[in-house]
Design a protein. Structure first.
Length: 222
C-alpha cells in the first residue's frame, strides 16, 4: 500500500472501497439461495438451519464495536486487507459439507464483515471529503449489487459446477481475494491519518439521537 495523492491514486482507492463493499453481503444471500441443498447434503434439520442463518447476523453486532480500536492501532487500510483475507478463508471453509465447518466459516466471514462495515464509511469520509455523496452512492450500490448477485447466481453457479453447492458457496471467496489484492496496490492520500474512535460527546448509549437511529434502522431491517 503506497501513499499518493494524484487523481489516478484516488480512483484506485475508490475502486478498492467499492470492491470491498461488494464483498460485504454475498456471505448472507448466497447461503440462503442454497439452504435447502445444504440441509439435505449435510443431513441437517431446522435447528441447523436456524443456526446457519442467525449466527452470522448476530456476529455483525458482536464484532463491530472492536473495529475502531484495532483500526486506530494498526491502520484502517492494513486491517481491511487482513479482514478480507479472513473473509476469503471463512467463505472458502463454507465449501466443506459439514454443518460445523459451514458455521465456523460463517462466523469468520461475518465477523470480518462486521468490522469492515464500520471501517469503510470512515475511510470514505476521510479520503473523499469532497466527494462524499458520490462515494456513498457507489458504496451503497456495491452493497446491494453484492447481495443481489449472490442471491441470483449462486444456484446457477452450483448447477454449472455439477450441482455442487459446496463449490458455489466457496466460489464467493474469489471476489474477496481480488479485493485484498487491490488493497496491496491501493494508495491512501493520508496514510498517516489513522481512524480513531470518537472521543468527544456523550457515550452512544446515552445519546438520544443514537437510539433514534438504532430504532429506525432496526425497524427498517425487521
Amino acid at each position: 500500500m503506497t501513499a499518493s495523492g494524484g487523481s489516478g491514486s484516488r480512483v484506485l482507492l475508490g475502486l478498492c472501497l467499492v470492491m470491498t463493499a461488494l464483498n460485504l453481503r454475498p456471505v448472507f444471500s448466497s447461503l440462503s439461495a442454497v439452504l435447502p441443498e445444504v440441509l439435505a447434503g449435510t443431513g441437517s434439520g431446522p435447528v441447523a438451519a436456524s443456526l446457519l442463518t442467525t449466527v452470522p447476523v448476530v456476529c455483525l453486532g458482536l464484532f463491530a464495536p472492536v473495529a475502531p480500536a484495532f483500526a486506530g492501532r494498526f491502520g484502517a487500510e492494513r486491517l481491511i486487507f487482513l479482514l478480507l483475507l479472513v473473509l476469503a478463508g471463512g467463505t472458502a471453509l463454507r465449501g466443506v459439507a459439514q454443518v460445523e465447518a459451514i458455521l465456523l466459516g460463517s462466523v469468520l466471514a461475518a465477523g470480518s464483515i462486521a468490522a469492515m462495515n464500520v471501517l469503510l464509511p470512515g475511510l470514505v469520509k476521510r479520503d473523499f471529503a469532497d466527494r462524499i455523496s458520490l462515494m456513498t452512492g457507489l458504496f451503497s450500490m456495491a452493497l446491494c449489487a453484492g447481495a443481489a448477485l449472490a442471491a441470483g447466481i449462486t444456484v446457477p453457479v452450483a448447477r454449472a459446477l455439477g450441482g455442487s453447492w459446496e463449490a458455489a458457496l466457496a466460489s464467493w471467496a474469489i471476489p474477496a481475494i481480488v479485493a485484498a489484492g487491490l488493497w496491496l496496490l491501493c494508495p491512501s492520500p493520508r496514510r498517516a491519518a489513522r481512524l480513531q474512535p470518537a472521543r468527544t460527546g456523550p457515550p452512544l448509549w446515552r445519546d438520544p439521537l443514537a437510539w433514534q437511529v438504532t430504532l429506525f434502522m432496526g425497524s427498517q431491517s425487521a
